[in-house]
Design a protein around this ligand. Structure first.
Ligand SMILES: NC(=O)c1ccc[n+]([C@@H]2O[C@H](COP(=O)([O-])OP(=O)(O)OC[C@H]3O[C@@H](n4cnc5c(N)ncnc54)[C@H](O)[C@@H]3O)[C@@H](O)[C@H]2O)c1
Length: 245
């Protein structure tokens, strides 16, 4: 089992990409901590994961609440002893409005969840990872953070921040065994579909389709594993050969 004796925390794990990542990690032997602010969908995913392992901990938490994040990561550590892998996937993105119609409150909310949520979760695991000399952190950004999407200016800015945060932090910690990378999905099949292999037609990629949540999970879990031992500070796009917007 690829992730035997590893403990992974996946944020935003109740649906979509995070749920597919949690499934794959559990299938491959990890202890899995699933964290999300939606208790109903989180519970549904927790029950699904019990098909693979009893070593699942579901934590209801808003990643933009630093105190709650610290409390939840302490609970995860108390249950499993250590955290080896952090997947910073929680994010909000369903917003389409011109720049001047995006309020300052919208900006702050996007920054609080997409950027500061990642900062809080990373701060909660990094000291122990450095002490252990081992860690894998995968941040989930977006092609919007690379190219910039019109009518998604605040979202694009938060994802660009994650990509540069990844590059900068990796330079601080990769010599100590903690590898930080970023994944930037293009168009992903909607999380309303329960089937993690579902795809649908899309004109935004030369492949002519969206990516499935499991295709994204495959890349994220590769970077979270030992086979990716010489990769750090990278942003890898998974976008079916994107037609740049
Ligand atoms: N779906 C896409 O097309 C796409 C494309 C590029 C990047 N992404 C990124 O991938 C990640 C996952 O996307 P998805 O499509 O699976 O999203 P989704 O909206 O389907 O699921 C996100 C999950 O995160 C949770 N979440 C949101 N804010 C949270 C918070 N503050 N605290 C805790 N949990 C929170 C939600 O409850 C939900 O379960 C996001 O970071 C998103 O920006 C998605």
């Amino acid at each position: 089992m690829k992730f035997a004796n590893r403990t992974a925390v996946v944020t935003g794990a109740a649906v979509g990409i995070g749920r597919a990542v949690a499934h794959k990690l559990a299938m491959e032997g990890a202890n899995v901590v699933i964290l999300d602010y939606n208790p109903e969908t989180l519970e549904k995913t927790r029950v699904e994961l019990e098909a693979y392992t009893q070593n699942v901990l579901a934590l209801v938490c808003d990643v933009s609440d630093e105190a709650a994040v610290n409390e939840m990561f302490a609970r995860a550590k108390a249950r499993f002893g250590k955290i080896d892998i952090l997947i910073n996937n929680a994010g909000i993105w369903r917003c389409w409005a011109p720049f001047m119609e995006t309020s300052v409150e919208d900006w702050k909310r996007y920054l609080d969840i997409n950027v500061m949520g990642t900062v809080y979760c990373t701060r909660a695991v990094l000291p122990d990872m450095l002490e252990a000399g081992y860690g894998r952190i995968v941040n989930v950004a977006s092609v919007a953070g690379v190219y910039g999407n019109a009518k998604m200016v605040h979202y694009s800015a938060t994802k660009g921040a994650l990509i540069s945060m990844t590059r900068a932090l990796a330079k601080e910690v990769s010599d100590k065994g903690v590898l930080v990378n970023c994944v930037s999905p293009g168009s992903v099949s909607s999380s309303e579909h329960d089937d993690p292999n579902y795809t649908s037609p899309s004109e935004l990629s030369f492949m002519g389709r969206t990516g499935s949540t499991m295709e994204n999970a495959n890349l994220i879990c590769f970077l979270a594993g030992d086979e990716a031992a010489y990769i750090a500070g990278q942003n890898i796009q998974i976008d079916g050969c994107r037609k740049k917007q």
